[in-house]
Design a protein around this ligand. Structure first.
Ligand SMILES: [Zn+2]
Ligand SMILES: [Zn+2]
Length: 394
């Protein structure tokens, strides 16, 4: 029978505790993210791969995630905040290290309380965001605006929008071009179409960008001759854009969504509200007509879904990156060339796995403690028998 001495028990408990903690809080991200790889675009469709299996130089490696919801000072419990932010930081830093994306897009709802936080709390949230999502100069981080960052349409104002844009040093509606690929960023919170000053300004910008993109296409088709209506327009690479926004385009519900991270079956048939859960029908149609995007990537629903609009415009709903919103957060890996793209989804460790490892380590510790008690009990019984035996002989 093994000897369960107190020193031995303490050593094993410490090893179990430290081992479980190190595995669950640090190591677990490596094997999970190592399973993910950049998708390959077939050479026939304008892609190709290099010697190391990564997409070739003409392809942009873009990582897309959404709805990080960094908890604020009002609604966030300190432990929840600490845990979720640590998880997201480790997942993000491990993904950067293993996958080396050229650009990372975060599709809005970066902060949970940007819609009402005071300047002091906002500054604190922004500082934590920059620490968690730090990156090397080789990677560009592009952030979109969501309803939790500046408020729903009725809560949004110039102060909150400009505060957000100032942090990320860019307009919330613009085109980011990389290696001949146009990524169109849309401030979808301002697409109510009710003529509010911010809505007017965003629509004006979208109309200008749509004209610029159409003129770029015409310019390339006509071999460089610009028509009068395109005079003064800014030229972009002549390809349809990849459209990125926080709100999904209009869809009735998530009833047609499938996959590991689709909305739970009991929620899939709930009807979406226009301008709240999804964009209005009118705003969605206008965006499709203006830009004819080859792909739409959106967030907001916190669940995954694939939709085909008008039988030709695919949209991917990117689930939340935070374990607070999902048991199985994920992000998208996109290899994009000027003519084509390929997508894959990378799942992060499940929260239930982490809890399972901690519970197993706890159960082992409990068993050891019981074994120790039994051994002690046996020892005591043995001692008392010996003592009693000695008594009898006295
Ligand atoms: Zn959200
Ligand atoms: Zn949202």
């Amino acid at each position: 029978m093994p000897r369960f001495s107190a020193r031995w028990i303490v050593a094993v408990v410490l090893i179990l505790l430290v081992g479980a903690f190190f595995f669950c809080e640090y190591l677990i991200y490596f094997p999970t993210i190592l399973k993910c790889a950049w998708p390959k675009i077939s050479p026939a469709r304008g892609g190709g791969e290099g010697i190391d299996g990564r997409p070739m130089d003409s392809t942009v490696r873009a990582m897309v995630l959404s709805d990080t919801h960094l908890l604020g000072a009002v609604g966030g419990h300190w432990f929840d905040k600490l845990r979720r932010e640590w998880q997201m930081e480790r997942a993000f830093q491990t993904a950067l290290w293993l996958l080396r994306p050229e650009v990372v897009f975060i599709l809005g709802d970066i902060f949970d309380e940007g819609k009402w936080s005071s300047q002091k709390h906002w500054d604190d949230d922004v500082r934590r965001f920059h620490r968690m999502f730090r990156h090397s100069p080789d990677t560009e981080l592009v952030v979109l605006v969501g309803n939790h960052d500046i408020g729903f349409h009725y809560e949004m104002d110039w102060f909150k929008l400009q505060r957000f844009e100032k942090v990320f040093n860019a307009s919330s509606t613009r085109i980011v071009t990389k290696k001949g690929v146009n990524f169109l960023l849309v401030n979808s919170v301002a697409l109510h179409g009710d003529g509010c000053p911010i809505c007017q300004s965003v629509e004006k910008e979208l109309i200008k960008l749509s004209r610029d993109l159409n003129c770029s296409l015409q310019n390339s088709q006509s071999g460089g001759g610009v028509t009068d209506s395109c005079e003064g327009s800014q030229l972009y690479p002549p390809t349809s854009p990849i459209m990125l926004q926080h709100y999904p385009l209009y869809r009735v519900s998530d009833a047609g969504c499938t996959g590991l991270d689709a909305a739970p079956p009991e929620e899939r048939h709930l009807l979406f509200r226009e301008k709240y859960d999804v964009l209005s029908k009118e705003a969605s149609q206008r965006l499709l007509q203006w830009f004819k995007p080859r792909l739409i990537l959106s967030g907001h629903t916190h669940s995954g879904c694939e939709v085909l609009h008008d039988n030709k415009y695919p949209e991917i709903s990117v689930p939340s990156f935070s374990w607070r919103n999902r048991n199985n957060p994920s992000f998208i890996l996109a290899s994009v060339s000027p003519n084509s793209y390929a997508l894959s989804k990378c799942f992060l460790p499940e929260e239930s796995t982490v809890i399972g490892v901690y519970c197993s380590a706890g159960a082992c510790m409990l068993l050891l403690f019981l074994a120790h008690c039994l051994w002690m009990k046996g020892l005591l019984q043995c001692l008392s028998l010996c003592l009693l035996g000695k008594h009898k002989y006295l």
